[in-house]
Design a protein around this ligand. Structure first.
Ligand code: NAI
Length: 338
């Protein structure tokens, strides 16, 4: 029942001249982990994206239901479902963009690193599939701990001989989305008018909001800076505790992943000047991976932008972030080379 339109007894579909209005070329997008807390609302949001012509939903459980459900939305995107490891290759073949929210989420009291043992193996398996079936796809990696799973994915692609650092993007958009929201609250303005660069990584002190570089230019008291930095760094934990065992951020994360995926697709189509924060291979610091603003283009992260001027508070934060980040990166690389 994965693809109801192909059921036995169903009439043959008439060839569609072009399902998308205006004949705009659409992209093929796969979501791996599509039946999960993030995967389901993300599937809904990508089905609503006019740049997506084909949407493949893959998971090891429950994709038939999610696929049937989402496929009834009357948007032009064609949805197909794939269930279990034996269908991974079919899910990935021909994809332009692969979004990966597969893996365990945190429960209260857990750090993102506590997820390493389970999620490292899941990310490795899925990225091996990407290397086999769509080595030129752009990958948006959401599975935690992102600080380690991106280095793992890079090692997988290196081993397969398909590694292009521009195409591997760790998704840190939720940190930016939270930062924009919390800063807008303090300033009393519309969050859509606020842009906060968040650099470093995606866990605790590695999440480094650069409040000195907020647009529109704004000044904050010491008290506000402390409050905002702490709330942005612990936004994920705020949700984990409020959900009290029922998981971590899913709805705001799906929103963030959809925002980031849409930015990638618009850049792939040739739109100029698209800049987003992302955790990527980088030479901005001495670490091999780091999140900063990146300029997105047809081939992914085409330009890694510099950190810009930091104040004393941010410089101290950067040192703390780098120390933890380095350990997480080394842990990811070691996992692949043991
Ligand atoms: P969830 O448990 O609700 O969903 C995860 C899904 O992954 C499940 O449907 C599960 O069946 C699937 N899955 C497990 N193994 C798989 C495999 N080998 N292949 C394909 N699918 C597989 O978890 P949720 O809340 O959706 O979170 C997913 C991940 O995203 C977690 O690791 C979480 O920590 C991370 N996350 C990342 C954020 C970020 O900012 N980058 C923010 C929030 C969560």
């Amino acid at each position: 029942h994965l693809n109801p339109q192909m059921e036995e007894g169903a009439p043959a579909l008439r060839p569609a001249a072009c399902r998308a209005k205006g004949g705009a070329p659409g992209f093929k997008v796969a979501i791996l982990g599509a039946a999960g807390g993030i995967g389901q609302p993300l599937s809904l949001l990508m089905k609503m994206n006019p740049l997506v012509s084909v949407l493949h939903l893959y998971d090891v459980v429950n994709t038939p239901g999610v696929t049937a459900d989402v496929s009834h939305m009357d948007t032009s995107t064609v949805v197909r479902g794939f269930l279990g490891a034996q269908q991974l290759d079919a899910a990935l073949t021909g994809m332009d963009l692969v979004i990966i929210p597969a893996g365990l989420p945190r429960k209260p009291g857990m750090t993102r690193d506590d997820l390493f043992n389970k999620n490292a193996g899941i990310v490795r398996t899925l990225c091996e599939g990407v290397a086999r079936c769509c080595p030129n796809a752009i990958v948006n990696l959401i599975s935690n701990p992102v600080n380690s799973t991106v280095p793992i994915a890079a090692e997988v692609f290196k081993k397969a001989g398909t590694y292009n650092p521009q195409r591997l993007l760790g998704v840190t958009t939720l940190d930016v989305v939270r930062a924009n929201t919390f800063v807008a609250e303090v300033l009393g303005v519309d969050p859509r008018d606020v842009s906060v660069p968040v650099v470093g990584g995606h866990a605790g002190v590695t999440i480094l909001p650069l409040l000195s570089q907020v647009t529109p230019p704004s000044s904050f008291t010491q008290e506000e800076i402390k409050y905002l930095t702490n709330r942005i760094q612990n936004g994920g934990t705020e949700v984990v505790e409020a959900k009290a065992g029922a998981g971590s951020a899913t709805l705001s994360m799906a929103f963030a992943a959809s925002k980031f995926g849409d930015a990638c697709l618009r850049a792939m189509r040739g739109e100029a000047g698209i800049v987003e924060c992302s955790y990527v291979a980088s030479e901005v610091t001495e670490l091999p991976f780091f999140a900063t603003k990146v300029r997105l283009g047809r081939s992914g992260a085409e330009e890694i932008l510099p950190l810009g001027p930091l104040n004393d508070f941010e410089r101290a934060g950067l040192e703390a972030a780098k120390k933890e980040l380095n350990e997480s990166i080394q842990k990811g690389i070691a996992f692949m080379n043991r």
